[in-house]
Design a protein around this ligand. Structure first.
Ligand code: 5GP
Ligand code: MG
Length: 176
């Protein structure tokens, strides 16, 4: 951790691993034999998705979308846009969105509506972390790792100003 920033561990790597195994079991139950397409929302989900797919022992595909991110700001942007949209059609596919963290829900709602408009056979959502106290729009999370308090989290793919994504554990960032 940068000396400017204070932090405390919220979820240790071992706990994250156990949680991902549990999520994989739930996902496997639903998607085995259906050749699903897992779509990670960049950048925050890249480590989570990488760990998750290695626990899934059946044929699947991986795709990514990238939406506009926080930058240095701490509050969600009202205007969300794509840096990178879909590269191939998803019509008729079993699609699972893989998100790092759901805060106000606006990003996920935007991604969900976009994908839904592309006519998948089914569309579900897997999120590593949910901060339900911050929710502004209705979101159904089908597979959820952790529920977190209203704090700013970093590590395990989550950044502050593009830093800390490489930390194996998830921290609460204080005194930024
Ligand atoms: P939402 O649109 O739900 O408010 O925000 C979702 C996105 O904001 C997440 O996908 C994530 O990129 C970012 N975000 C929300 N909360 C946090 C947080 O506590 N830490 C970090 N690093 N990013 C967050
Ligand atoms: Mg995200």
């Amino acid at each position: 951790m940068n000396s400017k920033h204070e932090s405390k561990i919220l979820f240790r790597h071992e706990e994250i691993e156990t949680t991902i195994k549990r999520l994989a079991t739930e996902i496997q139950r639903n998607y085995k034999g259906k050749y699903p397409l897992l779509i990670g929302v960049l950048k925050g989900s890249f480590i989570f998705l990488a760990d998750l797919v290695r626990q899934l022992d059946f044929p699947l595909e991986v795709e990514f979308l990238q939406v506009s991110s926080y930058g240095k700001k701490r509050t969600s942007q009202e205007n969300i846009n794509f840096f990178q949209g879909l590269k191939s059609p998803i019509e008729g596919r079993e699609v699972l969105i893989v998100e790092d963290i759901i805060d106000t829900g606006r990003t996920t709602r935007f991604v969900f509506d976009y994908l839904f408009g592309n006519k998948p056979a089914s569309l579900q959502l897997c999120a590593l972390i949910d901060k339900p106290s911050r929710r502004q729009v209705l979101i159904t999370v089908n597979y959820l790792g952790f529920t977190a308090p209203d704090e700013f989290l970093v590590g395990y793919g989550l950044d502050y100003d593009e830093k800390y994504r490489n930390l194996p554990d998830i921290y609460i960032l204080e005194n930024k």
